[in-house]
Design a protein around this ligand. Structure first.
Ligand SMILES: Cc1cc2nc3c(=O)[nH]c(=O)nc-3n(C[C@H](O)[C@H](O)[C@H](O)COP(=O)(O)OP(=O)(O)OC[C@H]3O[C@@H](n4cnc5c(N)ncnc54)[C@H](O)[C@@H]3O)c2cc1C
Length: 304
């Protein structure tokens, strides 16, 4: 079996902040994984014209993103077109979970932008106690039990199909326009979720058309609130990631940049913060490898 590489830096999100961080990381010769599950910054691609980015006047948002992405990808970060669902800090590295695989990296740069999602009542409180964002990661916990899948994207259909292989009953609540295509074992309900309810763990899902008795609720959005990807991440007012001037978060080895650290939501701030974050990540890597080298030489001296 081939062993997967351990990346020096994992950048989560391929908008202006993430591409800026990944570009400089590669120029500094680091092994960089760039995770982007959709097209590079759908948000900026919606801008008709960008007037205020220095040196690139009057480009459409789409053209600007094309130029940003082309420039970054020329330096060959490893582009992984998967959504990062969870990040687990370990002793020496972080494990990143996507629906299809796991990856390892020594440092993390969060550049996920802002999510406009309004959370359901009870969602945050019951996260990890019946509420989940990933069927592949947590599905087995609900073997033989009843679950609901609320999906804001057709990607949820394959998750519901998978859950129907292991769960007793799967209710699928599509929150998008397209007609859902799921297997016969999945019950499609055209209702609006209102609240997840439970004392210790999830007991029911309240919708506008009634209450479903369920043990688990899977919620699939285009992007998840970032603190759900990395529990323990400290947030400030407005649920933005709290960072120091060097873009360090409260978790050692984790940095953040761009819209996810707060206003102003602007491209120049995002690219600038991406640059600062990657320099800080490189400094952190240097410190860690010095510590490892010091530890090794201490051991040698003790053995002499
Ligand atoms: C219509 C419009 C017009 C705008 N006009 C201007 C303007 O003229 N000037 C200006 O300065 N700014 C403008 N902005 C703001 C600008 O687009 C943002 O400030 C900028 O895109 C922020 O960059 P970012 O990299 O922080 O986040 P984003 O651009 O939001 O990128 C985040 C990326 O992360 C990806 N992602 C999120 N979660 C995950 C995950 N778990 N796994 C993998 N990938 C993930 C997303 O798919 C996305 O591509 C405009 C915005 C809009 C919507």
């Amino acid at each position: 079996m081939t062993k997967k590489p351990v990346f020096d830096i994992a950048v989560i999100g391929g908008g202006p902040a993430g591409l800026s961080a990944a570009l400089t990381g590669r120029i500094r010769n680091k092994q960089v994984a760039l995770f982007e599950h959709r097209s590079f910054s759908q948000k900026l691609q919606k801008a008709h014209t960008v007037e205020n980015y220095l040196g690139l006047p009057e480009l459409s948002g789409q053209e600007m993103m094309r130029q940003f992405a082309d420039h970054c990808l020329k330096h060959q970060p490893t582009l992984i077109k998967e959504k990062v669902m969870n990040i687990f800090p370990g002793n020496e590295m972080f494990t990143l979970l996507t629906p299809d695989a796991t990856y390892e990296a020594k440092t993390i740069i969060l550049t996920t932008g802002v999510t406009s999602a309004v959370l359901l009542g009870g969602e945050r409180e019951l996260l990890g106690r019946g509420v989940s964002y990933c069927a592949t990661c947590d599905g087995m916990l609900y073997r033989g039990r009843d679950v609901a899948v609320i999906s804001y994207t057709p990607e949820g259909e394959s998750e519901a199909d998978y859950l129907s292989e292991i769960c007793l009953n799967v209710h699928y609540l599509p929150q998008y326009k397209e007609t859902p295509c799921v297997n016969d074992k999945v019950e499609v309900l055209h209702s609006k979720p209102l609240e997840v309810v439970g004392k210790q763990t999830v007991d029911e899902l309240i919708t506008d058309k009634g209450t479903l008795k369920v043990d688990g609720v899977f919620i699939l959005r285009h992007s998840d609130p970032v603190e759900n990807i990395l529990p323990g991440l400290e947030l400030g007012a407005g649920d933005v990631i709290l960072v120091k001037r060097d873009m360090a978060t409260n978790i050692p080895g984790v940095f953040a940049a761009g819209d996810c650290t707060g206003k102003p939501w602007q491209i120049a701030k995002a690219t600038g913060e991406g640059l600062v974050a990657v320099f800080s990540a490189i400094q952190y890597l240097d410190q860690q490898s010095r510590k490892t080298a010091d530890g090794a030489s201490d051991k040698i001296q003790k053995n002499v």
